[in-house]
Design a protein around this ligand. Structure first.
Ligand SMILES: Nc1nc2c(ncn2[C@@H]2O[C@H](COP(=O)(O)OP(=O)(O)OP(=O)(O)O)[C@@H](O)[C@H]2O)c(=O)[nH]1
Ligand SMILES: [Mg+2]
Length: 397
């Protein structure tokens, strides 16, 4: 090929470069889509889809996502969460021992990865013994959120002096013979009583209203693109759960009689729109053992601190059933929330995938997909034989 004598190879290359740059500039100014398709930011968006508010990129990003991710049809999933906006007055609460450290690390890591790394809600760790430096270091390294470590006052933890120890011992022996889990354990009873009526009195929790209880070795399966604490606040919920099930009857043999006595003496404290039908199949005569599994709880501490629950807890405490039997904090909290609060104030977090051995709740359908849940949707306790979810749902039908 021959070139024009004044068109030297060098001038030819210069002309081509100038033409390409001019064309690119013209198209960028006149057509937004072209400009964005050719920019580096679009490559980034393949991995971090934009929030719905960035309207100009929606069409192109949606097209690219089809190739990059099978779940990309939910553009809000990876949208930046509203961590800068309004936050609830809330904290995580984690009661454990120093030797629970490995399980505690696993639980905190799971919560941080799936929710809190974007929200930075504080963590409060509580223990009946001082936490070791090693414990504090291994937890502190997992999060940017504030972490505090508290010692439980002795009077909030140990078996009170007025408990008849001989009677309590007979109760423990009986339960050991029946092979009831933790039937012979006093520390387990201390823990149940503390979780029922004392944790929200701890000085480190005084400044907070909502809490999310976390235990060692639990798993949170799904990413959350909203704030459950704010959900509780905005919908005026006082208690929430992911798993509900039946209690071991021998651990709460006289609990319902005590509850009935309380209801008889304090009818004004029983909420008219309560959820008695969650607790009883015969209108309140007999307890059906249903309760919310309290190792997961997001709840309102002002409800526990209020006059109705205070009176309820004090009444049950005086019966001694935390030590003579083995009343768990799960039935205590569940019965209180069911009778002292309107049923509309209790929430099932269907979209929060959660496991505490030996049961799990795994969301299904769109919630499973949108949450990118790391659990098998066919493995969920929801409608198993001993689940009480059907009874909860029945309250609203
Ligand atoms: N500081 C302290 N924490 C305890 C004690 N006993 C239990 N806990 C904590 O209280 C919570 C509930 O105790 P768990 O042993 O998990 O009771 P559970 O969930 O009924 O039973 P498993 O998890 O099946 O053992 C956990 O966060 C424990 O770490 C104790 O004696 N001291
Ligand atoms: Mg546990």
């Amino acid at each position: 090929m021959s070139l024009n004598p004044i068109m030297t190879p060098r001038r030819y290359v210069t002309l081509v470069v100038i033409t390409v740059i001019s064309l690119h500039y013209f198209l960028s100014r006149s057509n937004m889509d072209y400009g964005q398709l050719s920019s580096i930011s679009t490559l980034k968006e393949q991995f971090h889809p934009p929030s719905p508010s960035s309207k100009n990129t929606t069409t192109i990003t949606a097209a690219i996502e089809t190739y990059t991710s099978p779940t990309a049809s939910q553009p809000t999933h990876n949208a930046p969460p509203p961590s800068q906006g309004h936050r609830a007055n809330a904290t995580f609460v984690f009661l454990c021992r120093n030797n629970d450290i490995n399980g505690a690390v696993a639980s905190v890591q799971s919560m941080e990865d799936r929710f809190n790394r974007n929200y930075h809600y504080p963590w409060v760790f509580l223990n009946d013994e001082p936490f070791t430096e090693e414990f504090k270091q291994r937890i502190g390294v997992l999060t940017d959120a504030p972490v505090s470590f508290g010692l439980i006052p002795r009077e909030h933890w140990v078996q009170p002096d007025w408990i008849d120890e001989e009677r309590a011992r007979q109760g423990r022996l009986k339960m050991m013979n029946q092979r009831i889990i933790y039937g012979g354990s006093v520390p387990y009873r201390n823990m149940c009583r503390f979780n029922s009526g004392f944790f929200y009195k701890h000085e480190l929790l005084q400044q907070y209203r909502y809490y999310w209880r976390v235990e060692p070795s639990v798993q949170f399966f799904c990413g959350l693109n909203y704030d459950p604490f704010l959900y509780m606040e905005e919908h005026e919920k006082v208690y929430s759960f992911t798993i509900s099930l039946e209690e071991h009857e021998p651990t709460v043999r006289t609990l319902w009689d005590s509850v009935k006595e309380f209801m008889f003496e304090n009818p004004h404290l029983i909420e008219p729109g309560n959820s008695m039908d969650f607790l009883s199949n015969d209108g309140g005569n007999k307890y059906n053992m249903c309760h919310y599994w309290s190792n997961f709880e997001i709840a309102d501490m002002d409800f526990w601190r209020g006059p109705a629950y205070t009176k309820f807890f004090d009444f049950l405490e005086a019966k001694g059933g935390f030590y003579y039997e083995r009343w768990g904090d799960a039935p205590i909290h569940s019965i209180a929330a069911s009778l002292l609060a309107n049923k509309e104030k209790i929430h099932f977090f269907r979209d929060i995938g959660y496991r505490h051995e030996s049961f799990q709740h795994c969301p299904s359908g769109n919630q499973w997909k949108e949450g990118r849940c790391a659990c098998d949707p066919n493995d969920s306790f929801d409608y198993s034989d001993h689940s009480c979810l059907k009874r909860f749902e029945g309250l609203f039908q």
